[in-house]
Design a binder for this molecule. Structure first.
Ligand code: ATP
Ligand code: MG
Length: 467
């Protein structure tokens, strides 16, 4: 992408250069042609091989650029892992540093070998081009000599012709350099427009239809596959969620819970089936309008390099009335975290700046829950909001979520702590992307299936041991 934009810029100056050189060239060739018609094509002999060589060298460089993109990216990923603060402790603890360094060495060796190979191939092509151009020039002078010998050209004119030939050669060379640059640029501009087309084909067309807070969300036989994945992440999932309900999504890792949460909120488009809000297909509603009505507390929340206050305010940055940042912090337990920060709400939460502070995993999660609550949207998806929290914080968060649910908010709750889903209006058990059990806590316990066995397993861990 960057190469494409840079190439558009440089192609503009290349076009100007080519234009200038072409005028110069035309003047020289015409002068040579006026001296003797045969001299015009003779001038070309010296330069055409150079043009071929330059274009060929540009193509070699472009092919090599495409072939090494993936390796260059792997190299920067490896160097990032080796030097990042986030991975530093684990890198040492797992003594993976030297292996990764060796991998870095392997990739950079391969890249160097490729660079040498391309340079050699380009040199060979250029050498051939220059040799042929040399032969062409020699031929040109031979023809000039012949013309002189047979008396078709007077000696003074032949002298002028030599000057004209030299001028034409230098004009042609600079035209060709310009054309070569332009050609090189068009390769990258083509790639750039191809990428833009790809982006356009993946972007949803703008649909003006608006949507209100939904009274009823229906998931109709929805299937979903991630791009480039053969196995679908969800198959044939159907659900009906009324306003104000708490729906718990339960299932083992990779069963499709997070994916379903993103489909219900229109963040992903289903591969098959539909998700409707009050009967309107989300694919036919303005996505911005849908996003205005949702809040997502992600499983892997964003850690904005901003102050604690702004980290919560990011939930709805244009909010002027209603819930305050302090209210949201209190509901999520983030207020306790903020109270212990040196500058309170104004503490910068990023180690990218020298004055910044970092938080623990659970503390970040409280901030992220506060952000979701602050957003104050009618449809809330909370994806394992308390996985890193201590027991008291977790309890408080679920109390808050229940209170918010009572206010008519639809909540999609994803958690592995089944004690917290007992009061949900619906519990959906997912297994490899399919709904295997569906009902209330009592119904699923009576069914005595996966949910009942998992719930009993978790409950027994807290039961007093029998002797
Ligand atoms: N961005 C992605 N690209 C490709 N495949 C993905 C992506 N995210 C998830 N998957 C795959 O889709 C399936 C469902 O993933 P999902 O994140 O919905 O699971 P989950 O139930 O939320 O699991 P967990 O309990 O670990 O959070 C998994 O098999 C996973 O490998
Ligand atoms: Mg998940």
């Amino acid at each position: 992408m960057t190469m494409g934009v840079r190439s558009i810029e440089s192609s503009i100056s290349a076009i100007a250069n080519v234009g200038g050189s072409l005028v110069y060239l035309a003047a020289s060739v015409i002068s040579a042609g006026v001296l003797h018609p045969i001299l015009a094509p003779v001038v070309m002999l010296a330069v055409v091989p150079n043009l071929w060589a330059s274009a060929r060298a540009a193509k070699l460089a472009y092919a090599s650029y495409l072939a090494t993109i993936a390796r260059s990216r792997r190299l920067s990923v490896a160097s990032g892992l080796l030097t990042d603060r986030e991975t530093a402790a684990e890198m040492r603890a797992s003594t993976a540093g030297s292996a990764l360094l060796a991998e870095y060495g392997r990739i950079s060796d391969a890249l160097t070998r490729e660079a040498v190979r391309v340079a050699l191939a380009q040199t060979r092509v250029r050498l051939t081009g220059r040799m042929m151009a040399g032969i062409g020039t020699g031929g040109g002078y031979a023809i000039l000599g012949l013309l002189l010998y047979v008396g078709w050209l007077a000696l003074p004119l032949a002298g002028t012709a030599v000057v004209a030939m030299r001028l034409a050669t230098s004009a042609l060379t600079s035209t060709m350099m310009g054309i070569k640059n332009l050609y090189e640029d068009t390769l990258y501009v083509n790639l750039y427009t191809r990428l833009l087309d790809m982006t356009r084909s993946r972007t949803r067309p703008a649909v003006p239809r608006q949507v209100a807070a939904p009274e009823l969300i229906t998931v109709e036989a929805v299937g979903f596959s991630y791009p480039g994945q053969d196995e679908p992440a969800l198959r044939d999932v159907s659900l009906t969620i009324a306003k104000g309900q708490v729906v718990a999504l339960v299932g083992e890792n990779g069963s499709g819970k997070s994916t379903l949460g993103k489909l219900i909120t229109g963040l992903y488009q289903p591969t098959s089936g539909r998700v409707c809000w009050d009967g309107a297909d989300l694919a036919e509603i303005d996505e911005e309008a849908v996003y205005q009505r949702i809040a997502l507390v992600s499983q892997d929340p964003a850690r904005w390099p901003m102050t604690a206050y702004d980290n919560i305010r990011m939930g709805r940055i244009d909010r002027e009335h209603g819930l305050s940042v302090a209210d949201a912090a209190r509901e999520s337990g983030a207020d306790q975290v903020i109270a212990e920060l040196p500058d309170g709400y104004q503490t910068l939460l990023s180690r990218l700046f020298s004055s910044g502070r970092d938080l623990s995993g659970g503390q970040w999660q409280r901030i992220s829950v506060a952000r979701g609550i602050y957003r104050d949207a009618p449809v809330l998806v909370v994806d394992e909001p308390t996985a890193a929290m201590d027991a008291r914080a977790e309890h408080e968060v679920f109390e808050s979520l229940r209170r918010l649910g009572a206010g008519g908010r639809t909540t999609i709750l994803i958690t592995h702590r089944l004690a917290n889903v007992q009061h949900a209006d619906q519990i959906v058990v997912l297994d490899h992307g399919r709904v295997t059990e569906h009902g209330s806590h009592q119904e699923l316990m009576a069914l005595d299936g996966t949910y009942a066995s998992l719930f009993t397993l978790q409950a027994s861990a807290y039961a007093p041991a029998e002797f």
